[in-house]
Design a protein around this ligand. Sequence first.
Ligand code: CP
Length: 331
Amino acid sequence: MRHLLSAADLDLDEAVRVLDTAGQMAATQAREIKKLPTLRGRTVVNLFFEDSTRTRISFETAAKRLSADVINFSAKGSSVSKGESLKDTALTLQAMGADAVVIRHQASGAPHTLAHSGWTHGAVVNAGDGMHQHPTQALLDAYTLRRHLVGDGGRTDVTGRDLSGAHVAIVGDVLHSRVARSNVQLLRTLGARVTLVAPPTLVPVGAHAWPAEVAYDLDEVLATGPDAVMMLRVQRERMSSTGGGFFPSPLEYTRGYGLDARRLAVLPDHAVVLHPGPMNRGLEISADAADSPRAVIVEQVANGVAVRMAVLYLLLAGGDAPRAREGERAG
Ligand code: CP
């Protein structure tokens, strides 16, 4: 793995390797080994052109727990507001010595451009690009599902190292969701069955060709007993930028697609509820559903640190570190 740009970059063995490595990282944290020396002397740049709480902080925490130096760049308050381009921003940060660049950008494909441009010698990690991909979110979701559905305390028919036999319903604003796109790809790589549930206006053109079933009635899908329900944030900010309307109305949306206590009660006992955050409480998820014992939303955030430690470790120290960069150092 040279970069991590898309969930589609990972085959089954690579995905399982990241999840297993994340498990080892979590084990070190549980033993209160707060800092590993693995990336001492390496520099990780967090290059964020879009707002973030969870992803930016957890990449920073992950890099620091591996002893890397961290440079945090936020477009707000930077020379981007004076018109500086992605290229010149990347070249500036490269001049400061980036071994890895974690990028979030509003433009789909920006991480791919950065990775293949020569503007940085470092490994590029996609931390969310437009409506396209958010691969580390899918990895932390899969890690969380594996912890709950596989092995001791998990379901007996979801066994082994992947998620074969699991059924995951992904519910809500699929149209604007990079989380949904990444999860569909990764969950299918891991052998899970995926059902997308959304109002017709929030299903992307072409979604019927994705490796997932598409449904429009949430209550019908919940009655089939999914092992996990992943609620998506309604992305009102992207609706205005893409010219799309918010159909149905917020009230109709909540009635048709909101997860609440009544709908939770239909689920099997072992089923868990995920949400990538940030949540619109009262719109796609009620407060009692978000705070219920079934919800693993806070655990997702904690698991995100271990997963991002694993990704940085495998990219920079796992035998796949950028060879040109190593050669430069040796010379
Ligand atoms: N899940 C997620 O990407 O959250 P942030 O936007 O807060 O990083």
